[in-house]
Design a binder for this molecule. Structure first.
Ligand SMILES: [Zn+2]
Length: 142
């Protein structure tokens, strides 16, 4: 396999784009989550979009600063209900659910089998663990 050229996307850019473009948040809300100003958020998203567009058009791989990413859908936080044993997942960035979607119980916790990546990811610069992150954009196996 030949080695793809890469564009480097920072964690901030990745997170901003995910919040705005994937989760469909308004920019001021996304800015809130990332604890940056709306202007900053807008700049970050724009930069991210440009990079991703470039990658798509030029057939380049997208590299997340702090670690390589494989394109795969795995961006979920998992919860487990103690009452009905229902397990469910929600995308990162949407906050903790209020209750079990199945039985409505408030007695639930993070799923013990959840994969550990993503922890420490939110909250801005320098918090990346360097672990692999997975994007859901394309199936590109290089
Ligand atoms: Zn339940």
């Amino acid at each position: 396999m030949f080695r793809l050229k890469e564009v480097v996307v920072t964690l901030d850019e990745f997170e901003a784009m995910r919040l705005v473009d994937m989760d469909g948040l308004y920019q001021d809300k996304a800015a809130d989550k990332m604890r940056v100003s709306r202007q900053t958020l807008g700049r970050i998203v724009e930069s991210a979009r440009r990079k991703v567009a470039k990658a798509l058009v030029a057939g380049m791989a997208i590299k997340l600063e702090g670690g390589n990413i494989e394109m795969e859908n795995g961006e979920m936080r998992s919860f487990l209900c103690s009452a009905c044993k229902n397990g469910w997942g929600i995308p990162y960035g949407t906050g903790r659910p209020e209750k079990c979607p199945k039985c409505g119980s408030l007695d639930f916790r993070r799923h013990p089998n959840e994969r550990g990546f993503g922890r420490g990811f939110r909250g801005g610069r320098g918090s990346g663990s360097g672990k692999c992150r997975r994007l859901a954009i394309a199936g590109g196996k290089s």
